[in-house]
Write a protein that binds this ligand. Structure first.
Ligand code: ATP
Length: 235
């Protein structure tokens, strides 16, 4: 579904991604784990069209999307839940969700998907008229995810959904990622919380300073001494 080959991404003179390659197959949850500054967010921003790679190939469903406009990429079925949530604080929950569907015009489908988001996140239904800036961190994460789902994505890019959330809320969010995946959405999940990410993923990549240093099934990585020492608290 998604094939990234040898991409180089720079911020000015600083190279953040160095010949990075990875693949996501339809139906999978793939996770990319790595420490602060490894380049995880940079990869997602590049995939969603916010950054342009200097070299390499990005193919989605057989078409090149490298350097395409973000709007074109959303239309093609890729939706990005950014790090730190970024909901529109002065708008209500409902308005944020409506914005997620701004490129669609199938009214009935939009209504159906909004109902489904409220089924996935009953907390958002209770708070549909509330100003989004006053939601808790966990509720804002739910809203950011709900808003991305309103674009009806085939591929969902999630940037550190666990960040700053209490363990129970992290569990809740990860359960919903699994459910959304079971319903047919492919997921590329970027995480520092390697434990949680590997517990839901089919396959995983480890990113260090802009390069993939390890790849395998989630189970293989959970058992890898290198991953245990560096990312699983040496357990
Ligand atoms: P974190 O988990 O801390 O969010 P990350 O793996 O997502 O880290 P990135 O945000 O992708 O890392 O950053 C990769 C590298 O690129 C870092 O060295 C960072 O300082 C640098 N970088 C990120 N954004 C910019 C920017 N706008 N300008 C210059 N350098 C940047």
């Amino acid at each position: 579904m998604l094939k990234v080959q040898n991409i180089d991404v720079y911020y000015g003179n600083i190279q953040a991604l160095k010949g990075l390659s990875l693949e996501v197959n339809e139906g999978e949850i793939v996770t990319l784990i790595g420490a602060n500054g490894a380049g995880k967010s940079t990869l997602l921003k590049t995939l969603s069209g916010l950054l342009k790679p200097k070299g390499g190939i990005i193919e989605y469903e057989g078409f090149s999307i490298a350097g395409k406009a973000a709007q074109t990429i959303v239309k093609s079925g890729i939706s990005h839940v950014p790090e730190g949530r970024r909901v529109f604080a002065n708008m209500s929950v409902e308005e944020n969700l409506e914005l997620g569907a701004y490129l669609r015009n199938d009214k009935a489908g939009i209504k159906k998907d909004m109902d489904h988001v409220f089924e996935l996140f009953p907390r958002l239904l209770e708070r549909r008229k509330q100003q989004s800036g006053t939601l808790s961190g966990g509720e804002q994460q739910m809203l950011a995810m709900g808003r991305a789902l309103m674009a009806k994505p085939k591929l969902l890019l999630m940037d550190e959904p666990s960040m700053g959330l209490a363990p129970l809320m992290v569990k809740n969010i990860f359960n919903i990622i699994e459910q959304v995946n079971k319903e047919g959405t492919t997921v590329l999940l970027v995480e520092q919380n390697a434990n949680m990410a590997l517990s839901v993923a089919n396959r995983a990549y480890v990113l260090e300073t802009g390069r993939i240093v390890l790849a395998g099934s989630a189970k293989e990585l959970q058992e890898s001494e290198q991953v245990k020492a560096a990312y699983l608290g040496g357990l």
